[in-house]
Design a protein around this ligand. Structure first.
Ligand code: PHE
Length: 343
């Protein structure tokens, strides 16, 4: 009886060994362990047969079973180790990083559309002798108003239009005070451009409390409105294309006399009429005129000896026309989706 049972034990051990060695994954191996060594496994079945053995045979068989189990436990661990190692290697191969691959492309920077316009305007007018001057953004009342012949009761001095720092200082409401700084500091003849930030209490789709202007000023002997118009015509043609025309409309500024507003034929529809020009065929660009002799005298320049012209226009407006931007607020929001269109 004992011999027969030991034979069975041997066969079970062989089967189990084979199952352990042939398992293809940790999971299969574990299932084999349960099948042979588990509570309802083949070994447990064998133990049930103990009852058929004699009293002397029982401990002998028990010993054989234990030895067999120990051997299998060892083989199981061996197989487990081998499979775990193999599985780890597979995972590492699958998940490996290739450090030689190029990284994601860095986002390139781009110039702000307002800078693009300023650069282009400066470049164009540099061809006919203009160079850049900068002035302070906080101005004395005298520079922003008084010297420019803007009287104390002028509407532009109203609190509703001007940001006052104190009773004597304002955030400049235009770039024209740079005319005064230049006239005071430099000797004519002069051809200057002054781009920069200006401020007015105003905010809606087409007005920002902080916007930008470019001021142009020429001071020389015998300067006329014809020189001014020729200069602006050259400038507009260079900026928007040679087929465009410039026109003057009589206007008023305290610091120029005579004064005009200048328009150009609509660069979008070339004068046929469209949304940009509100079907008029013309778009307004800015203000201009011959420098008022009173302004020259305020700055210590003899108007009998020197005359000049000046012009000024909004940069946002230029960018709107040039790039078809619909809302002036986009220029200040720093939205990357807007800015990337100008790369
Ligand atoms: N400073 C004027 C404005 O802000 C524009 C201007 C500049 C007009 C120079 C005439 C001459 O509206």
């Amino acid at each position: 009886m004992l011999k027969e049972q030991v034979e069975r034990l041997k066969r079970v051990e062989e089967e189990a060994t084979e199952a352990f060695v042939e398992a293809l994954s940790s999971r299969q191996l574990y299932e084999a362990k349960v099948k042979f060594l588990g509570k309802q496994g083949a070994f447990a079945e064998l133990m049930k047969l103990m009852g058929r053995l004699s009293a002397e045979e029982k401990p002998q068989f028990g010993k054989e079973v234990n030895l067999s189990k120990q051997r299998l436990e060892g083989r199981y661990q061996e197989a487990e180790l081998k499979l775990k190692k193999q599985e780890m290697e597979e995972r590492l191969a699958r998940e490996s990083l290739d450090l030689t691959l190029p990284g994601p492309e860095p986002l390139g920077g781009a110039r702000h559309p307002l800078s693009l316009v300023i650069n282009e305007v400066v470049e164009i007018l540099a061809k006919i002798g203009y160079s850049v001057r900068l002035g302070p953004q906080i101005e004395g009342d005298w520079f922003n108003f008084e010297a420019l012949n803007i009287p104390p009761d002028h509407p532009s001095r109203d609190l509703q239009d001007t940001f006052y720092i104190d009773s004597n200082h304002v955030l400049r409401t235009h770039t024209s005070p740079v005319q005064i700084h230049t006239l005071l500091n430099e000797k004519p003849p002069l051809r200057v451009l002054a781009p920069g930030s200006v401020f007015r209490c105003d905010s809606d789709v087409s007005h920002s409390p902080n916007f930008h202007q470019i001021e142009g000023m020429l001071l020389d002997k015998k300067v006329s409105m014809a020189d001014l118009k020729g200069t602006l015509a050259f400038f507009i043609k260079e900026l928007f294309g040679s087929s465009l025309k410039v026109r003057f409309r009589p206007s008023f500024f305290p610091f120029t006399e005579p004064s005009a507003e200048f328009d150009c034929s609509c660069p979008i529809c070339k004068g046929k009429g469209c949304r940009m020009c509100k079907n008029s065929g013309w778009v307004e660009i800015g203000g201009c005129g011959l420098i008022n002799p009173k302004v020259l005298m305020h700055a210590g320049v003899d108007p009998k000896q020197w005359q000049g012209f000046a012009f000024g226009f909004g940069i946002e407006r230029m960018a709107i026309i040039k790039y078809g931007v619909e809302d002036i607020r986009l220029f200040n929001e720093n939205d990357i989706r807007f800015l990337r269109q100008f790369e």
